[in-house]
Design a protein around this ligand. Structure first.
Ligand code: ADP
Length: 203
């Protein structure tokens, strides 16, 4: 496995914008949110496990996961949330490792909104936090998702506080200007990561 950069940030901070920029530089990105959806696709072992633990009501008529029903169920029942996560988290982790393992770029990136919260940073060698003020997070996420300010505020409240994330991060980029300014801040970091990746190979 090559050098792995963890990339995180709260909702609307600019994680996806940053990871897209790294992709334009030829860096392969594994997105934990995408993996989380992949592992519960029809025919996947994690979906079968969820069905046998919770019941047939977790499936839609076409055999796919009824995300909304499951989301509402675990929202009301914290114990059920724990059980669900005991199925999904190891499956997500395993799939992330497989995908990172097969990456061929000089280094690869694991982008995850819950990098620190779910200990996914155990899989990474260095961590970059994309940060933005709560006001900017709300404006950007509301515009992107068409959600209300209250909904976004709830999501932010459920995430690890920005100050806490600062303690875990090796590098922090404030995404408080235009997108070009974000890219300008990422470029020198990318050069540093290329050097680190080379050093890592020679360890
Ligand atoms: P995250 O993945 O952290 O939730 P995104 O990268 O999707 O956040 O950014 C949220 C929204 O804000 C997107 O629509 C994105 O294009 C936009 N955005 C991100 N950074 C900037 C910026 N510096 N200036 C303007 N829009 C931005």
């Amino acid at each position: 496995m090559s050098f792995i950069l963890g990339l995180t940030g709260g909702i609307g901070s600019g994680k996806s914008a940053a990871s897209q920029w790294f992709e334009t530089q030829g860096i392969q990105v594994v997105d934990a949110d995408i993996v989380a959806r992949e592992i519960v696709e029809k025919g996947c072992p994690a979906l079968d496990q969820i069905q046998s633990v919770f019941g047939d009501w977790v499936l839609l008529e076409n055999g796919e996961l009824d995300r909304r029903a499951l989301r509402e169920h675990i929202f009301k029942d914290p114990e059920a949330k724990k059980i669900l996560e005991s199925i999904t988290h190891p499956a997500i982790r395993q799939s992330i490792i497989q995908q990172l393992d097969s990456a061929t770029s000089p280094y690869s990136i694991l982008v995850s909104p819950l990098l620190f919260e779910t200990n996914q940073h155990q899989l990474t060698h260095h961590n970059l936090l994309i940060d933005a003020s709560e006001d900017l997070q709300i404006i950007r996420a509301a515009e992107r998702d068409g959600q209300s300010v209250e909904q976004i505020q709830k999501i932010i409240a459920a995430q690890m506080p920005r100050s806490e994330k600062h303690k875990f991060a090796d590098d922090i980029v404030m995404n408080d200007g235009q997108l070009v300014h974000l890219y300008d801040k990422l470029a020198p970091l990318h050069q540093q990561y290329l050097v680190k990746a080379k050093q890592y190979l020679h360890l």
